[in-house]
Design a protein around this ligand. Sequence first.
Ligand code: B12
Length: 211
Amino acid sequence: MSYQTLMDAVIKGDIKTATEETRKAVDAGQNAQDILDQGLIGAMNVVGDKFSKGAIFVPQMLRSAKTMQECVEVLKPHFQENAMTTKGNIVLGTVKGDLHDIGKNLVGMMLEGAGFNIIDLGVDVAPEVFVEKIKEVKADILGMSALLSTTMPSMTQTIKALMDSDQRDNVKVIIGGAPVTRKFAEDIGADSYAPDAGAAVNETKKLLNIT
Ligand code: B12
């Protein structure tokens, strides 16, 4: 199935058409993951390219982001598994200085669907805020997201803050976001990295030895 109409609507920021198209695709029996990957994420990549080339500006990017979020709400029920017992506590957030949360929210949604308990701290989360929450909820996993190359160092600072407060051995750290790489994760001493929300679930299970 082609998602061209859906993609065009997300790129234009036309919430009504985009959510209608998402519903139509679901009703037609399309796989939610395909709608997400090919329709919605595909459209956001086009939006990013247009922004890089100066063809659109922040307000249009924001409108597309809002449109994508509304479409994700339509897809959400189709991702949830019925998980009765929690497989572990995951503290999740976008690092300090960074306001991008679409990818982080998708990761949270998929992990929740896989049976984990998500404590989402939102965006612009300072290292000490991560550390406090990890202590409070006895987190098994810390998931950090960064979409700006300028905010990636905040991941390093958060890991340092974990060490300084003697929490580093109590929690596994997984990181992600468009500019983040496996090599960067290794360099800063994170335990894992995942390029997308599906891989985030697999990597998290591996970290906790869940099959
Ligand atoms: C939407 C968007 C915005 C929206 C964000 C709205 C929101 N609520 O999130 C708004 C308009 C606010 C915005 C603002 C800015 N943005 Co912006 N934005 C984007 C855009 C177009 C899409 C991002 C997105 O949502 N992608 C879709 C999601 C699903 O993908 P994702 O985030 O990569 O997430 C997936 C994986 O990375 C991974 N993942 C993500 N997080 C995590 C976490 C863990 C633990 C794991 C395991 C995996 C994981 O899984 C996710 C799901 O599969 C990107 C371009 C792009 N293609 O990435 C630019 C982009 C990220 N933005 C950019 C810039 C420059 C900015 C601004 C500085 C612009 C400005 N001049 O003001 C500001 C910065 C504001 C700030 N302080 O954060 C640049 C960054 C360049 C760089 N490398 O540093 C990009 C790349 C655009 C570009 N090509 O230049 N932006």
